[in-house]
Every structure is written in C-alpha cells, then in structure tokens.
Ligand binder design. Structure first.
Ligand code: NAD
Ligand code: MG
Length: 391
C-alpha cells in the first residue's frame, strides 16, 4: 500500500492524481493533501479521501481549515504554512510524493521529498529547471526514485532501457520532445499582438492550470521541458529536439543509433503518466479510454517556429549558458506570465521580459539552495523593474 502525499491537491495534476488513487483503494492512499489558499476545495477533497494530514500553504488560514474540517466530521491532522508543506513531504506519513505545486513555490517540498528518499513523482517542472543538479543530488542522497510525470518525460522514461541509463552507452542518438504547438500554432507575430489570457488558456488538447497553459501558448513550456529533459536524462542540448505534433497522441520519442525510433502514444490525459509513475514498474488502470488510432488516422509533425515563439529559443539559450541561467529564465517567466494573466503585459512581451532579465543577469554556478533562491529573488525584482519601465 503506497501512502501518497499530493502536494497541490486542488490543482489540475492534483485532481488527476486523486482520480487514479481513488480507482485503486487496495494499492494507494491519499495520506497527505495540500493546497495554497483554496480551503473549501481542500476540505471537499479531505471529505472524499480522508487523509491523515491536510496542509494549507497560507498560514493565516489554518484556523479556518481546522474549523471546516471539524464541522465536516473529518478527523485528520491540520498544518499550515510553506514550511509545513515542506515538512509534510519529508514526513513518515508518506512514502510517495506527487510534486504538483505550480512554479518555484514547489522547490523546497520537492527537494525535501527527494532528500527523504520518497518515491518522487515530478510534475513541478519549475523545480528541476531551477535546481536540476541539486535535485538530482538530493535524490541520490535520499536513495528514492524520481519518476517524471510530465507527459513527454514520462514517455521518454518509458522508451529508455531501465528508465534513466547513460544515453551514449545505450545507443541513444536523440531525444525528441513533442509539442502540441498550443492554441496559437501557425499564427504570425502580428496575429499574436492582442491575444487575451482567456484565449491563451484555451488549449486545444490538454486541460491544465493557467500558468502552464500560458507557457504552452508561448512554447516556454516546451523550453522548460527541454531543460527538464537535460537534467532528468543527462542529455546535452544538442541531442534534444522539439517536434510540433498537434494531435498530442505521440508524447515523445527516443531515437537510437541503429535507426530505431521508440515512441509512447496515448490519449492526451495526464492520468496515464500519473498511473504509470504511481504503479511503476507495474501497470494499473488509469481511467483513460483506449487510444483509437483508426479514429485519429492522421498524425502530423512539423518544426517549431522559433521566430514567432521566441521563448523556446530563449530556453535553449539559457540551457547552453548553463549554471543558474535556467533559474533566471524561470523566475523572469513566472513574473511575466503573472503580469500577462493580470492583463498588465501583452502576450508577445513575455519573451522580451525574459530576454532582458537573462541579459541583465549573466549565469553563475549553482552552489546551493540559499544562493539559488537569492538569484530567483533578484531575477524577479529585475523582471518587475523592466515591467514597470515598459508600462
Ligand atoms: P494548477 O494551477 O492547476 O494547480 C497548482 C496547485 O499548486 C494548486 O493545488 C495550488 O493550490 C498549489 N499552489 C499554487 N501555488 C502554491 C504555493 N505558493 N504554495 C503551495 N501550493 C501552491 O497547476 P497544474 O496545471 O496542476 O500544474 C502543476 C505543476 O505540474 C506545474 O508545475 C505544471 O507545469 C506541471 N504540469 C502540469 C500538467 C497539466 O496537465 N496540468 C502537465 C505537466 C506538468
Ligand atoms: Mg509536458
């Protein structure tokens, strides 16, 4: 029986995870549920899943959470605050942690789970983009498993021999990440000038949280995933390719030196990757309908448009610059996306903000979490100043 901590339980990945868990009460238990500020949604999940511990990120909401849980007759421990989420990820209540908080806010709990040797199901790509070497060292130190939940990386993990081998020795020539192209595929820069947050969040294939939806529309999501693949699989930037595939049925591919190309296919539903990672190396039902290839007889592939979707090019630039450049890229992007979602920044300017911050803060080596968090703060301040000057 796996005791699972679902960090970010009220989100899109959190919901999909709880759906899979509920299908297998004999195998998995949602032992810890956390949310940022959505007390009512967290209480509703606690009523359904009866965890041992519920944690709310906003410390001021602890009393409200405890009151509402008691009123609903739920008997579970209650905690609150950022550090309480981090402690929960490392606690003996769980052996498995689903890192599904969005953004750099998920870094501390992801690292804590890794250090504590939990089976870490990584959805929170921002934490590995920021702190790749530190996260991998924490996984080694803790002795647990790191299993990617991001669909592309989960696909690659499934197509590699034994999960995460040395690529060259295994005959791997290239990793190919597929991208849906987002809601604005095929548009020109001029056509993107006035797009709104709601248009950007209307993804043609995946239903996701708003931040990752905007990242998918700018292709920054794919850029973050290139960096994620670099760390997860030890692949240099020169052997990672991006291929636009609008049907989102081929989740990624691994090309071998003998010309074989292995791919993982499935319907675009995150429950497949989550079920794979929860049960690995076994397989369990995910609630996802079988893939009907006769129905989707056409699979299209095309090269990404790096001139229009500059965020992808900027992510490659940050990966090649090395050190903490990916963390700077991520911080600037989080600030720019927040401003876009608030209606304070045009869509095309997201890339401008990221580019300016990267230019202002040349890469430095990644030393430890403290200095990384300082650089993250500096990059956010720099992005906010650029935003103020632009408006
Ligand atoms: P979401 O916005 O739907 O949910 C985010 C969750 O994190 C919520 O439970 C929220 O309460 C919590 N949270 C937000 N800020 C927090 C904070 N400061 N402290 C504590 N908790 C906080 O996001 P999502 O779409 O589920 O994405 C979660 C992560 O998974 C992201 O890193 C995203 O890139 C990654 N991911 C998502 C998908 C997808 O299909 N949604 C696919 C691949 C990867
Ligand atoms: Mg993905």
């Amino acid at each position: 029986m796996r005791q699972v901590a679902v960090l970010g339980a009220t989100g899109s990945i959190g919901g999909s995870t709880l759906d899979v868990i509920a299908r297998h009460p004999d195998r998995f238990r949602a032992a810890i549920l956390t949310a940022h500020r959505q007390v009512d949604a967290l209480v509703a999940l606690c009523i359904t899943h009866q965890p041992a511990l519920a944690v709310i990120g906003d410390a001021a909401m602890e009393g409200e959470l405890a009151r509402k849980l008691a009123a609903a007759g739920v008997k579970c421990a209650v905690a609150a605050g950022h550090d309480a989420i981090t402690a929960a990820a490392a606690s003996s209540i769980c052996d498995t942690v689903v890192a599904a908080i969005v953004g750099a806010a998920g870094l501390d709990s992801t690292l804590a789970a890794a250090r504590a040797g939990k089976r870490l199901l990584l959805a929170n790509k921002e934490s590995i983009v920021m702190a790749g070497p530190l996260l991998l060292a924490a996984v080694t130190e803790g002795g647990g498993d790191l299993i990617p939940v991001d669909s592309e990386h989960n696909a690659i993990f499934q197509c590699l021999p034994g999960g995460r081998p040395e690529l060259a020795r295994s005959g791997v020539r290239r990793l190919v990440l597929t991208a849906s192209g987002g809601p604005f595929r095929g548009r020109t820069r001029a056509e993107l000038a006035g797009v709104t947050p709601d248009q950007a969040c209307k993804h043609p294939k995946w239903s996701m949280g708003r931040k990752i939806s905007v990242d998918s529309a700018t292709l920054m999501n794919k850029g973050l995933e290139v960096i994620e693949a670099h760390h997860l699989f030890g692949a240099g930037a020169d052997i990672i390719d991006v291929l636009v595939h609008p049907q989102s049925l081929v989740h990624s591919l691994v090309e071998y030196v003998d010309g074989s190309v292995l791919a993982q296919l499935g319907n675009p539903d995150m429950r497949t990757a989550i079920a794979h990672a929860l049960a690995w190396p076994e397989r369990v039902q995910a609630g996802v309908p079988p893939l009907d290839l006769a129905q989707h007889a056409t699979l299209q592939f095309e090269a990404p448009d790096l001139q229009t979707f500059r965020c992808l090019a900027l992510a490659f630039q940050a990966l090649r610059a090395g050190g903490d450049a990916p963390a700077i890229l991520n911080a600037a992007n989080e600030v720019a996306v927040e401003a876009f979602l608030a209606g304070a920044l045009p869509f095309l300017s997201i890339a401008d903000v990221v580019e300016s911050v990267l230019a202002e803060l040349p890469a430095e080596p990644v030393v430890d979490v403290r200095t990384l968090n300082e650089r993250d703060r500096t990059a956010r301040e720099s992005a906010r100043r650029i935003l103020r000057n632009a408006c």
